[in-house]
Design a binder for this molecule. Structure first.
Ligand code: C5P
Length: 229
């Protein structure tokens, strides 16, 4: 499958987001709604953006006891959600329960596991009692996620080659930290270009500011997709 572009709609205001999305209709397919918009406007924002013709990646990074995560997923019953994140650190029982619940209430949704946040380095991991290097910990959690029935993972671009190698083609790998060669890095440091991420095995790339802050967001989105093609 061709690597797909997902726009991270990291904006504060819904009307501002809708005005931007209006310019991007027909130019890209997937958008990511994160905690910022979801917390402010509630689940209705999923329906509202989907009604504009976009496919939705809902990035809630659920992490709780199995029953509570399952209940949260039930609260999303029937919503037009393509991709939904949960934390793999919740463990096998939580993920398996999430997968089972999603099959029932969100049959067309692919659950994505978040492994080690890229804000966590070796020292941060040590601080929460994990003595492994981040990449080793990512592999442990990725294997656990797949064994629990998850069909996708969020990962950093640098983790793509290793994960793609041992996970095979069926698992969707979704990666942020992408910058076209000409774009500003903003606060991202370990980045990859869209073309390199596609070559390394990304199923989806998540891009925010290089599109959100462009003078011509539609042109920026089209240029990134041309690079992926
Ligand atoms: O603007 P930018 O392209 O950096 O946005 C990337 C998006 O991906 C943001 O929504 C950010 O929260 C998210 N993300 C990230 N790095 C991670 C996980 C998520 O940049 N490790």
């Amino acid at each position: 499958m061709k690597t797909q572009l997902i726009l991270a709609v990291d904006l504060e205001d819904k009307e501002q987001a809708k005005a931007l999305l209006e310019k991007l209709r027909g130019k890209l397919t997937y958008i990511k709604i994160g905690l910022q918009l979801f917390t402010k406007y509630g689940p209705a924002i999923v329906d509202e953006f989907a009604a504009m013709g976009f496919k939705i990646f809902l990035d809630l990074k659920l992490h709780d006891i199995p029953n509570t995560v399952a209940s949260a997923i039930k609260s999303l019953r029937g919503k037009p959600i393509e991709l939904l994140t949960i934390h793999t650190l919740g463990g096998n029982a939580m993920m398996a329960k999430a997968v089972e619940t999603a099959k029932e209430v969100l049959p067309d949704t692919r659950l994505l596991g978040v492994t080690v946040l890229t804000s966590m380095d070796t020292a941060q991991l040590n601080g929460i009692g994990i003595g492994r290097e981040p990449m080793e910990q990512v592999e442990v959690l990725a294997k656990l996620a797949v064994a629990s029935g998850m069909k996708g993972l969020v990962c950093s671009p640098l983790e793509l080659p290793a994960l793609r190698k041992f996970l095979g083609e069926e698992i969707a790998l979704v990666t942020p930290g992408i910058r076209p060669k000409t774009a500003s890095l903003d606060d991202q440091s370990r980045i990859m270009t869209p073309a390199d991420a596609a070559a390394a095995g990304a199923s989806y790339i998540v891009v925010g500011r290089p599109i959100l802050k462009a003078d011509d967001p539609a042109a920026a989105a089209l240029a990134i997709q041309a690079e992926l093609a």
